[in-house]
Structures are given as structure tokens and as C-alpha cells.
Design a protein around this ligand. Structure first.
Ligand code: G4P
Length: 197
């Protein structure tokens, strides 16, 4: 997605060879107009999939997921990482280990909001090692709902999350694919292909 790639080039910072900082528009300050375009793009890519529900994980998945829900006209459910005061019964849970942060979270969604007759689109901001996505897939499977695919805002293709999901036969749509973070620079997958042509 050109608009997103341009924005990453403009405002993204490669903090190391593994971490891209996009606090200016996605992870802290949020650009609503960019999120709207991201939502439109996800909705277009999954338009023919009969999606009835979007599932994401707090916190940075919520903005792009809500915008996709707006354009697909379906509700959005976000998995919680901490126990909620009002959400304690009838939970579907999964364990998510973050290699980046070296911590494990128990994530949960109420059974009430994802059911057997749902066709689910999972959306998240980053795809790195795929642990969050695998946790969400686990929860969708427990609910008995059907998974249509996964929409990712920024895929770090040099980590193995995307490959793991594709091996499982899951459709992954990433709006920006990063091949490498080198010497403070962000190298995009498609840019590299263009250079090779
Ligand atoms: P994984 O789920 O793909 O295995 O990812 P990982 O454990 O590596 O990532 C854990 C958290 O770090 C997630 O956010 C993820 O979105 C974020 N993350 C991973 N790589 C990057 C990166 O290069 N840049 C940025 N900015 N974030 C990255 P989280 O802890 O759930 O945070 P939030 O959603 O509450 O903001």
C-alpha cells in the first residue's frame, strides 16, 4: 500500500536491525486518515470473503481493525491482555509469548462475541514472530468460528511469523512488507524487487 510505505519512509525510525518505531502514526499517536485508508484497503482485499467479525488484540491493533470494521460493516472484538473487571466468565483464552519483550500474556475474548457461525478476519498492527496471530487463531478455533485470513499493517518479513502462518495455509495480507532494517534504513520487499527488475 503506497500511502503506508511512503509514511513509513517519512516517519518510521529503524531503532535497531529488528525494531521499527512508528509511534508517530500507529503505536502512540494515531493518524485517523491513514487508518481510514488502511481500513478501506483491508475491506477491499477481503470483500468477497463473507466476513462477519473482525478480531484483533489490544492496543495497537484496535485502530486499523475498527476502520476495517467500518468499511466491512461488521463488529470488531479485541482480545484483552489483562483481566477485566467486567469480563470474567465464558472466556476463550490463549497464551502469547513475545520474544521481543520476553514476556508471556494470557489473552482472552468473551465467547459471547465470537461464535460458531462467524467468519473471522484477524487484524494486527505488526507481524514479527507471529505469536500474537497464533494466539488469536487459537481463540478463533476454540470458538468454532471460521477463519478467513489475517490482515497485517506492517509485516517484518525477515522474522518468521508470515512464513509460519502461510505454512498453516492461512491467507495473510500485509499492507507493507519490510525486508530488512539496516544501518538505520528501512528496506521494503517490493522496492527490492523493483530494483532487481
Ligand atoms: P509477534 O506477536 O509477531 O510474535 O510479535 P512480538 O512478540 O515480536 O511483538 C510483541 C509486541 O511488539 C507487539 O505489540 C508487536 O506489535 C510489537 N512489535 C513487534 N515488532 C515491532 C516493531 O518492529 N516495531 C514496533 N513498533 N512494534 C513491534 P504489543 O506489545 O502487543 O503492543 P501494543 O499493541 O499494545 O502497542
Amino acid at each position: 500500500m503506497k500511502l503506508l510505505v511512503e509514511r513509513i519512509k517519512q516517519d518510521g525510525q529503524a531503532l535497531s536491525e529488528h525494531v521499527l518505531k512508528v509511534d508517530a502514526f500507529l503505536n502512540h499517536q494515531i493518524d485517523p486518515e491513514l487508518m481510514q485508508e488502511i481500513g478501506k484497503e483491508f475491506a477491499a482485499r477481503f470483500a468477497d470473503e463473507g466476513i462477519t467479525k473482525i478480531v484483533t488484540i489490544e492496543s495497537s491493533g484496535i485502530a486499523p481493525a475498527v476502520m476495517a470494521g467500518l468499511y466491512l460493516h461488521v463488529p470488531v472484538v479485541f482480545a484483552r491482555k489483562r483481566k477485566s473487571l467486567t469480563l470474567s466468565e465464558g472466556l476463550l483464552t490463549a497464551s502469547v509469548h513475545s520474544f521481543t519483550k520476553n514476556e508471556t500474556n494470557e489473552i482472552s475474548i468473551s465467547k459471547k462475541y465470537v461464535a460458531q457461525d462467524d467468519r473471522v478476519l484477524i487484524i494486527d498492527d505488526f507481524l514479527a514472530n507471529g505469536q500474537a496471530a497464533l494466539g488469536l487463531i487459537d481463540i478463533v478455533e476454540q470458538s468454532g468460528a471460521n477463519l478467513a485470513g489475517i490482515g497485517i499493517v506492517i509485516e517484518k518479513s525477515f522474522q518468521d511469523g508470515a512464513a509460519k502462518l502461510k505454512e498453516l495455509g492461512i491467507r495473510v495480507e500485509s499492507l507493507a512488507q519490510i525486508e530488512a532494517l539496516e544501518g538505520g534504513k528501512v528496506l521494503f520487499k517490493n522496492d527490492k524487487v523493483e530494483e532487481l527488475v
